[in-house]
Ligand binder design. Sequence first.
Ligand SMILES: Nc1ncnc2c1ncn2[C@@H]1O[C@H](COP(=O)(O)OP(=O)(O)OP(=O)(O)O)[C@@H](O)[C@H]1O
Ligand SMILES: [Mg+2]
Length: 255
Amino acid sequence: MEGIALRVRNLHKSFGGVHAIRDLSFDVAPGQVVGLIGPNGSGKSTTVNSLAGLFLATSGEIILDGVPIQTLPEHSRVALGLARTFQTASVFPEFTVRQQVRLASIVTLKSNPLASIFKLSVGHGDDAETEARIDEILRLTDLYQIADKLVSTISSGEQRFLMIATALAANPKVVLLDEPAAGLISHERKTLSEMIKKIRRRGVAVLVIEHHMALIMDVCDRIVVLNFGSKIAEGTPDEIRNNPAVIDAYLGEAI
Ligand SMILES: Nc1ncnc2c1ncn2[C@@H]1O[C@H](COP(=O)(O)OP(=O)(O)OP(=O)(O)O)[C@@H](O)[C@H]1O
Ligand SMILES: [Mg+2]
């Protein structure tokens, strides 16, 4: 399994009679950015939610750095190195930016019932190594200059970057980014592109779902295309742009 951070094999997910994903297989290597695209209802969110463990896949394998995780609960997957962001911002408004990233680096948010206990000690100094790592994450996500602002006072774009910082604080091998450009304005999308490239350079594997094609084409090494729950194409941005099946699936939408 060496060289593969995330291996997905023959993944199926059905909701009653609806086959939301069928026989989906793909890999993401360390330091690689893979895009997951497809028309509305094609199964992108279902794929990310199955990978993250929000619900269990109906069948198939999900292998994280050599370890099968498809039957594990969400918090165990995070602990093993799979972090995600959500489509909508989820942050603690009463914290500063730095406090939120620090909290995420101490405990794994959302998954650990001890989070509320650790919350009490947030704000007190941790060791220098932790602080250096937090600084690095804040710089990487373009939040360093606003690290001492309250989360409730930062812009919605900055809140989205904070979600990425929060995911990185868990020290993941694989990051799942769920529509990270949603609601961002043009210069913020450029910042996001640079951010994803920096994350890749750290050797993290990135799976990004996004409707914003210019961003996908800019950051991805490879793209997986879903339609009606099945993979219809996989390739480099250039291969995908010129693939007739992909153009058909999008029915004339600009790719
Ligand atoms: N919890 C659920 N219960 C029943 N059906 C679901 C559920 N979640 C998703 N589906 C169905 O599974 C299919 C795939 O949905 P999914 O949300 O994964 O698509 P998507 O590619 O993320 O679409 P969009 O681009 O609109 O976000 C759709 O037919 C959807 O109606
Ligand atoms: Mg979706």
